[in-house]
Design a protein around this ligand. Sequence first.
Ligand code: HAM
Length: 424
Amino acid sequence: MKVQPVRGTRDFYPEDMAFREWLLERWRQASRRAGFVEVDGPELEPLELYTDKSGPEIAEQLYWLDDKSGRRLALRPEFTPTLARMIAARQASLPEPVRWFNISRCFRYERAQRGRLREFFQWNVDLAGVEGEIADAECIAVAVDGLRGVGLTARDVEVRINDRRLLAALVRHLGVAEDRVPQVFGILDKRDKVPAETLGVMMAEAGLAAAQRQGLARILAWKDLADIDARELATPEVAAAAESLRRLFGFLAAYGIAEWCRFDIGVVRGLAYYTGPVWEVHDLGGEFRAIFGGGRYDRLLGELGAKAMPACGFGCGDAVLGLLLDDRGLRPALAAAAEFFVASAAGDNWTDILRVVRHLRGRGRATQFDLKGGSLKRQMKKAAEAAARYVVIVGDELSAAGAVTLRDMQSGEQRLVPLDALGG
Ligand code: HAM
């Protein structure tokens, strides 16, 4: 019986694993450069951690199960609720601000497509305890540093930034009732994913009159903060939100990343807990779904039993980033290379081979040899396949003089060296 892997999951063969490790290491480096420390939590969480806080979209995508004691558990679809739960549990003793990063395996029952899987890795960077836009800017700067770290530039991707307070105020200003705003946000979040007509139908079904739909279309056409017209700016909450965004863009300029960032009134984000600035990273070619998603969630911690604490952060998936790097020819060639390959000059001289192997491994050197033995020619072929930096050829000199032949595979140079001096 041939068993297929679960749809939307991946097997990581050596080359895939090498790329995954390379990418995760770049995420770690970018996080640490900005002073974030790594944390982790369980992959299993109580289901209600997500159903209440993350909103309907994630709730529909949850993988859940009943355990043997009848507890309903979910496989984590994202890390933010876990992070909030962890901070809430130790809030009194955690030094503020909390600067944590995490790399988690996440599960979402999504329609599997390019860059969207049912099991993926997500890089999270979160900052809790700072209210001002400087914290949002700090997170965006880490994201941009992470993008740079994998070789991307402002010509490949952009950070599209909005503020939910601004959009909410504008939508209310159109006469949409407060309790309808989340529904309108949910529809707007689908803007790039469904045809325009479908969006119109969804808006009408949500009870938006034709004039309100037109008003929304006018707002969504804005390309710059300066496009917000005077009539809208006369509303104090619109003016305050626009001012906050201006401060955020000022900080981003001071971080030297203005060219990566632009205002986009259409960014809403699908998750329910965001309360302020929200942002996504997209490829400029518009080929892929969002690479990063982040924003401010000032109420989530309070809702999880902690004292109110402002927080913001982002998540970035490995799958879509991998596709983008492939598209740009930026996937690194990552051959797993042996440092030393031990070969026998004549015959399967296992005792001598293993003496050298033991010596090198004992000194912490990555050392291989050909387990099938055979001619020196065959062993040299295997050494080349293993991309060995050095080949150690073991012959009669080992028992006679404690020496072996060391061949530098890059220069082709070969010399006799005492075994004791081998491997540093
Ligand atoms: P999110 O927008 O749901 O936000 O996910 C963030 C990123 O995770 C996406 O942009 C994408 O790269 C990746 N991702 C999400 N779903 C999938 C999937 N099914 N397959 C592959 N990759 C996926 C969050 O999860 C928030 N918790 C991020 C956050 C952290 N906000 C504040 N702190």
